[in-house]
Design a protein around this ligand. Sequence first.
Ligand code: ZN
Length: 281
Amino acid sequence: MAGILDGLGQFGLGNLEGASIFEQPKTAEKDAEGNAVEVEKEEDFLFDKKYECPVCGTQVTARTVRAGKVKLVGTDIDLRPKYQQVDVLKYDAICCNKCGYAALSRYFPHCTDKQAKMVKEQISISYKPVQQSTDLYSYDEALDRHKLALVGSIVKKGQASERAYICLKSAWLLRGKRESLDPSSPDYAKETKELQDQEDQFLLNALEGFKTAIQSEGFPMAGMDDTTVSYLIAALATECHQTDVASKMIAQILTSSSANARIKDKARDLKDILMQELKKK
Ligand SMILES: [Zn+2]
């Protein structure tokens, strides 16, 4: 069917032939009483943030979640945050599509001249730019960006905590993707198993990375204080069935004079989970 804007191609504006003349109204859904309610969509929480690539100087535009607009509804035992409207985690890795340098947003601007040289020599030289989404990021796109961030950190010899943090966030993305699968799809069981296996690998790498980092780095580490990192190691060790490590870290938190009541409560919850695990053995 011909659209009413067909023919714009002759002006070089073929990409606008399908433009909608009027903005789409927000999706109206009904609440429990049958009243129409406005549903906020993922794109309503995003804006474009500009960064300067510290490797090649290009201006990078990244979709970013508006701080304070999304509502935290809970956290998993390994501190993965869950938000009501959008999985914020999909928007944390920034990638320069010109030179291939990528990093989590908190690390992106921090790249020394020596590190930039290593990125240029080992990544930029063979990097092939890919078409990037300009509106919403899918889980697969987010996972690709995190892979680029991980390889970027390896190449620039970033700290173990940075790599561990990227592995942790990749594991969380795989969990988010797994939770978003449609249980009625024929491949549901197979895909769930594959995503769980990949998540387990990333959790294990995150655990090993943070264990290395506490031996050699100071705090805050990836924005976390020492008690939070101890708790995270305990949680990851529980998830990876390293019960000795988990028990040791939990005991450390419960006897610490600097740990606050909130983290001690979380450590007690973790201890309960660990005890159940041990009973199963
Ligand atoms: Zn760049």
